[in-house]
Design a protein around this ligand. Structure first.
Ligand code: PA5
Length: 445
């Protein structure tokens, strides 16, 4: 088992009868997932995905990854939200946040089209100068502005550098199987395409081609990742509430929310988990934050942030709880050296494993934060392997769906995301938004 829930540091904040009280509601929420009769049930394709994924496409993903590895120095993944966060989280978690700087025989992987910053784009274009490039444009809708703009720019770069025919072999599109501008354009141009299944929303799509192609290009074992997800699926879909850590996590965070703990801070002691936290924030933020409800998902990397946000967590407004990712096994070993002079006074650490010191910092912080009135749910994760990553993804996706249903929201839509788009299009003069443009301009004046 790659994940276990440790409730030692939350037990003092929750009574047994509160757990007993919420258990029937958790089962009812889970039944909405299982029986596919809750809000947004058209988007439950991720539930059985670890078993019933398209094996032919999976092979195509691995074949394309091998070709990409041979063809380029830099692989640019163009997408936003669920169309990039999972892949980036996986590469950083399994390999390293410094993956691009490591000695390796796989291409550097950069992410574009997840903002509209001129500097971010020009910096990346300058990194690409003189390098061989392949690109993967990822957009389920095929119409999202940020990736569409970046795709236009990188497509032009490739066409100028390699000519029309060669650039076709270097462009890969992941989008809807049949509809949308990107699908039509890719078919017309002859790009290889991969599918975002109809019944899987962006933020639940990391284990589809959306995440798997970039993850495989970075040299991660995607078979093992799917095996981890499949193991989590078989465990959490069969266990009863008493032994089901996934159900318990959903229950605990909802009990805390109902007691006024409106912010959940995911804390990890490995910088490699920072992007996983970003993926989790999108998953939970877009799934739960609607209809005036939802826990605000935040994240920290400790011990780094113990020297910034640590103060307010310890001592600020008591409306937060933490979910700590305890990655038990470090990918590397490092022993702190002895220094005979001991001028720095650090010889009490001589000969100790750095990971042990990190784990001890975590333990000290768990005691400090709970003493300060912050409940801490601890999620123990075996290691940073592909298998554990797949397992974690499934754990958090299922808990998120159950949690959203417990809150009485549709965990699979994101109506709020549209508001800024409408205003941006109106202000930029897109056809069809004339009335909104006039309205906003009147408000500005
Ligand atoms: O979770 C979601 O559905 C969103 O965050 C999308 O992933 C994001 O908006 C990108 O959409 P698309 O893949 O259609 O470009």
């Amino acid at each position: 088992m790659a994940i276990t829930l440790n409730t030692k540091f939350v037990n003092d904040f929750i009574r047994d009868d509160e757990i007993k009280g919420i258990a029937p509601a958790v089962s009812a929420a889970y039944n909405l997932v299982k029986n596919r009769n809750g809000l947004g049930s058209d988007f439950l394709g991720w539930v059985d995905l670890p078993e019933n994924y398209d094996k032919e496409e999976f092979k195509r993903i691995k074949d394309a990854a091998e070709r990409i590895k041979k063809m380029c120095d830099i692989f640019v993944v163009i997408g936003i939200g669920g169309s990039y966060l999972g892949a980036r989280a996986a590469i950083e978690f399994i390999k390293s946040p410094l993956y691009n700087n490591l000695k390796k025989d796989t291409p550097d992987v950069y992410f574009a089209g997840n903002n509209i910053s001129t500097s971010a784009l020009t910096d990346l274009l300058s990194i690409c100068e003189g390098k061989d490039i392949c690109i993967n444009v990822v957009s389920k809708s095929g119409t999202t502005t940020e990736p569409a703009v970046a795709f236009r720019i990188f497509r032009e770069l490739l066409e100028k550098k390699y000519g029309a025919d060669e650039s076709k072999k270097r462009i890969f599109a992941t989008t809807d199987k049949a509809k949308g501008t990107l699908k039509h354009f890719s078919d017309e141009m002859g790009y290889e395409t991969f599918v975002v299944p109809d019944d899987i929303g962006g933020r639940y799509s990391v284990l589809t081609a959306v995440g798997l192609l970039p993850i495989a290009v970075a040299g991660c074992d995607i078979d093992s990742m799917m095996a981890g997800a499949a193991e989590a699926r078989s465990k959490y879909l069969s266990d009863s509430f008493e032994t089901n850590d996934c159900f318990k996590y959903a229950a605990l965070r909802n009990i805390l929310y109902r007691k006024g703990k409106v912010t959940e801070i995911m804390a990890a002691y490995e910088p490699a988990a920072a992007l996983f936290c970003e993926w989790w924030k999108q998953l939970y933020g877009e799934s739960e934050g609607k209809d005036g409800k939802g826990i605000f998902p935040a994240s920290v990397i400790f011990s780094t942030d113990l020297h910034s946000l640590g103060q307010t967590i310890q001592d600020g407004v008591r409306n937060v709880f933490e979910t700590v990712l305890n990655i038990k096994k470090s990918s590397d070993t490092f022993i702190i050296p002895d220094d005979k002079a001991n001028i720095d006074g650090l010889n009490f650490l001589s000969g100790k494993e750095l990971h042990y010191v990190n784990q001890t910092a975590m333990l000290g912080t768990l005691f400090a934060h709970t003493d300060g009135g912050v409940p801490n749910i601890v999620i123990e994760i075996a290691d940073r392997s592909e298998y554990s990553f797949g397992y974690m993804v499934y754990f958090f996706e299922l808990a998120c769906a159950i949690s959203g249903y417990l809150m009485g929201v549709n965990p699979f839509n994101q109506p709020g995301v549209e508001s800024y788009k409408k205003n941006m299009f109106a202000l930029l003069g897109k056809a069809g938004y004339e009335d909104r443009k006039a309205e906003l301009e009147a408000r500005m004046n």
